[in-house]
Each structure stands twice: as structure tokens, then as C-alpha cells.
Write a protein of this length. Sequence first.
Length: 346
Amino acid sequence: MRFQSYITEGAPQQIDEFSIIERIYGEKDGLTIGIANIHAKVPDIEYNKDKISRAVDIFKERDVNMVVFPEFCLAGYFWDKTPQEGLEGKEQMGDPECWEYMDKAITDRHWDWVSSSLESKLDENFQFIIFNNIRKGPPNQKKYWNSTYVINKQFDYKNPKWIYDKTFLPGIEKTYTVSGETDRLVLDTRWGRLGFSTCYDFCISQLYQEMSQIDKVEACIQIASWRGSSKRDYPGMNVDTDNYYGDLWDMLMGSTAARNQLWVISTNAVGIHGISEARFWGGSGLWAPSGLKLLQASHSGDELLIVHNIDIKGEVKFEKDDFDYSIDFGLIYKILKGKRAFTRIK
């Protein structure tokens, strides 16, 4: 086993509501990543801001280079849509109280907090804070974009060039949000090349094929509010589960990492939604390009994972030196000139 932890398993440290799990897996100069497996309170923007800020302080104290927070960590998740009386059509759907609350939660109204509580904490070592929230959508539309922000002192993180807007929208999110206008964000760092996806995006294999084969991404940051509860029942085979979506999350993380030979750094919401009572799966963690799980958080409570000295580039190279799937793929499928697609047609 290549990934031998230098910090042995033991009881996590407890600070406030956070359980803190810290591991060292490599020598110095690798990426030290902080992964927040946390619950966002709905409706309570100020509570969520305070929680994020306190988590940032904990990560910084432990020499983290990059922090990732779950989807909707500032606003919290939408709740069940109901048609507004006398109105018809999807554009008029949605819970009026949810619309009112989310309008107050859009990032555009909280840039002062981002600057004072997030950006101000960054320095030469603590370089990136990555978080997700809604922002104003296209002009003349009421809907939002589901946006992942990369807070860094070296570029204008408010510029859409540095924002990843979620591409694939499930269920209720189609009521409140629109798909992003580009399906990728690639970030070059000294530790490796990073790509981004949000929740349901992770189910779309084409996005990851493009990341690995075209963009040459070495690690993907997967940000989610992924639910756990969903029943799947096969009575004739005496097989059933009440946690189908959660089980799917656990299966997809490692298999996607292995199939594309890249790291998966995933952060997911956890806990029970305060209004809809939806249960989020948690299970944030880190998966190597072999598909091997290094560390995974709780499915029920707030945890902060800290993993020191991950060799992003080196482990990708090791896997590809052992067996490079992209070489065999390229012998059969070619990139269409000028397109982000592949073909066998000669």
C-alpha cells in the first residue's frame, strides 16, 4: 500500500461542533488540503457565515494550503417547490419564501464578508479557499447560477473566468437555477492542475473524460449537497437499500478517480435540512488516482479533514507509468479537431 499514514488512527480532536481528523501521507512540499464536511443551516445565512469563518481559522492554524467547502455552504439548500397560486409554468414555480430567502443569500450581497472573513486570511502558505453559493443568473431571468468560487489573492475571483457554474441540474434545482454557460474551469497550481465539478455533474462521465483526456487535469474538486436517502428495492432478489444515493456517492468517488487516473477531492454537505428534512450524505474525502480511498468523513456529523503533503503530480505519474489508460484510448478514439469530443471515424 503506497499511502502509509504517518499519523495513526485515533480519536478525532473536537473544537466547537467540529470533529477534526488530521493525517500526513507524504513528505514535505506536497499539497495540504482541508476538506469541510459540514451542515448549512436553513434559513440562517449569518450562522453559516460564522461557521465557515471558524472552520477557515482552524484550517489555517494547521498549515493548510487549500480549503474546500460544500455546495450551498453559505445559503443552504433549496426546499420543495410549490406552484404559486394563479400562476402556471416552471418559471413561476418554487416556494415564495425560498425565493425571498435565496435572494438575500446570493453572493453579490456578501462580498464584504468574503473579503474580510475569507480573502483576508490568505497568505503565502494558505493560498486558496474554495466555496460554493448562488449568484445572480443571466440578465432578465429570475433564476440563479450555482457557482463555485476560487478565492485567491493572485487573480480577480469575482471574474466569471475564475468561477465554475454547475452544468447539470437535478430535480428542484431546475426550478431555481440555470446551467452554467461553460462546462469547465481549470486551475494551474504549483501542486498540479485542478478541475471542478458540482454534485450531479459527477454522474456525467463525459465531463471527466474531457478533464482527463483533453484538459490533462490531475485532480478534480467535487463540491456537493448530495443526498443519502432514496429507496431501491428488488424484491425478487431479496435486495433493497434505503440509502441508494449515498451508496452511489461512495461507489462513484473511487471508480471515477480510477477510470480517469486523477485525484478526487470531494466535499459534501451533511445533516438534515431544516425545512425539507432532506438528509445529506456527507462522506467527503480524498481518493487517489488508483481509486484508493485515503480518508473519508462522517455520513452524519460535521468533520474537518486535514491531509498533509499529497503528491498530486507524482501519484498521477506513478499510476500512468504502471498502466496508462489514455494511451490505449487514444489508439482507438481521436479528438475531433476544434471540438471537445472524440470519434472512431477516420
